[in-house]
Design a protein around this ligand. Structure first.
Ligand code: NDP
Ligand code: 2IT
Length: 444
């Protein structure tokens, strides 16, 4: 059996009942096969893939907090410090009832290669809790964040592990987490990113993942002789990534006609009204039914179904496995030419295979959504030098980083005989840097 297949079997056997983690490892291993086979003997002797697929450290902890009725609640907290070969662990925190160790490990594993692709010195990690911020008061969210940090603080630091936001963790949560860290340690330092502008945050971090996704998609389309201007785009999600992907795509002249949340989706033939979307989601923290209420021309559909809306480009920006094989077939039937992932692993393996086999361009999240973490690394740089850069400076750097990632991914795919396969390109380019650093640092 080949080394790659042996390692995949081992990962599945040693991590039972972790389907999302298996999925991420399977996708990765299947595409880096040509690189591994070139150096199989050395990699096998050094157990490089076993080390790469085993987190350096997994922290599981209890998060007890008191709700507004005086009732004690208990949640499960996680931080997986996956790989520190190229820098301190870096990756978001997710607060969502579906969070479990499989989800945190898949996210942490993908983060290793994403962070490598940014070209910046950041290792891979991820964390979170099965806490649902929906329906909680601000004070409940604050008490939860404080309780979460009361354990997490001993494991993180600006040169150790630097968490940030993800699903359910935005500016409000980062503020409460930062306040508690400062109180516990007495240190005012860049231990979290996505901070508010008044206490060390970076301009353009809020926009970075969505803007970066569109910069990446634009560069990929250009390289294939296609103009994003005038294209019809379906976006899923209505959170941080979706909102700023819609904003940038519309600025570049595309017409984004959909967005969605966990209860339904909007079709707006006039193009999604970003100011209204921000008001509904960022200010009122309400459902998309309120978008429809304010914009009678839009159509609200209950449940899933966003990919049934005819489009040229699909940008899944909500959550993992939200675009399945049937969705891919529908997109193809409607003439879709590109799927660009804003979320982490939003496309199932079957759907991805169908998309690639049917000549639809596909950009994997670990490349196309890397703008968020890249800008987090720029926030770390600003914190280290105790300076703040202008919006334009950060946005220009973000743009250059996304363009570079595309060309590195494209070149790696070509070099290994996989032209146009941006999944292979991303995994190979991300892997090579990490493997080189792991080799240089010995068996640790
Ligand atoms: P938010 O919490 O801001 O928004 C998430 C959106 O997705 C919401 O509209 C939410 O709906 C919807 N959603 C979440 N879970 C589900 C579900 N199970 N079914 C249907 N809809 C769902 O998160 P982000 O925008 O930050 O994250 C979105 C994706 O992008 C995630 O995959 C994340 O890992 C990834 N990502 C985020 C980055 C960042 O910088 N924030 C960077 C790179 C990737 P509702 O409003 O109903 O909850
Ligand atoms: O998935 C991701 O890259 C993020 N949630 C952002 C991580 C970060 O450290 O900014």
């Amino acid at each position: 059996m080949s080394y790659v297949d042996e390692v995949l079997e081992r990962v599945i056997a040693q991590n039972p009942a972790q389907p999302e983690f298996h999925q991420a490892v399977r996708e990765f291993l299947s595409t880096v096969r040509p690189v591994i086979e070139e150096n199989e003997e050395e990699y096998r002797r050094d157990a490089l893939l076993e080390r790469l697929t085993t987190p350096e450290r997994q922290i599981l902890f209890r998060v007890p907090w008191i709700d507004d009725n005086g009732q004690v609640q208990v949640n499960n907290g996680y931080r997986v410090q996956f790989n520190s070969a190229i820098g301190p662990y870096k990756g978001g925190l997710r607060f969502h009832p579906s969070v479990n160790i499989s989800i945190i490990k898949f996210l942490g594993f993908e983060q290793i290669f994403k962070n490598s692709l940014t070209g910046l010195p950041i290792g891979g990690g991820k964390g979170g809790a099965d806490f649902d911020p929906k329906g909680k008061s601000d004070r409940e969210v604050m008490r939860f964040c404080q309780a979460f940090m009361q354990e997490l603080y001993r494991h993180i630091g600006p040169d150790v592990d630097v968490p940030a936001g993800d699903i359910g963790v935005g500016g409000r949560e980062i503020g409460y987490l930062f306040g508690e860290y400062k109180k516990l340690t007495g240190h005012y330092e860049g231990v979290l990113t996505g901070k508010g502008l008044s206490y060390g945050g970076s301009l353009a971090r809020t926009q970075a993942t969505g803007y970066g996704l569109v910069y990446f998609a634009d560069e990929m389309l250009k390289a294939n002789g296609i103009d994003i201007k005038g294209k019809t785009i379906d976006v899923s999600g209505a959170g941080n990534v979706a909102t700023y992907a819609i904003e940038k795509a519309e600025q570049l002249g595309a017409n984004v006609v959909t967005c969605s949340d966990s209860t339904g989706w909007i079709y707006d033939p006039d193009g999604i009204d970003v100011a209204l979307l921000k008001d509904v989601k960022e200010v009122r923290r309400a459902r998309l039914t309120e978008y429809k209420a304010a914009k009678p021309n839009a159509v609200y559909h209950e449940g899933r179904g966003v990919w049934t809306q005819k489009c040229d480009i699909a940008m899944p920006c909500a959550t993992q496995n939200e675009l399945n094989l049937d969705d891919a077939k529908t997109l193809k039937g409607n003439g879709c030419i590109a799927v660009c992932e804003g979320a982490n692993m939003p496309t199932t393996l079957e759907a991805t295979k169908f998309i690639q086999e049917n000549g639809i361009f596909f950009t994997p999240g670990k490349a196309s959504n890397a703008g968020g973490v890249a800008t987090s690394a720029l926030e770390m740089s600003q914190n280290s030098e105790r300076l703040s850069w202008s919006f334009e400076e950060v946005d220009n750097k973000l743009h250059d980083i996304m363009v570079n990632i595309f060309h590195n991914v494209d070149a790696a795919a070509k070099k290994y005989g996989e032209e146009g396969n941006y999944i292979a390109g991303a995994n190979i380019a991300g892997f090579l840097k990490v493997a080189d650093a792991m080799k240089a640092q010995g068996i640790v």
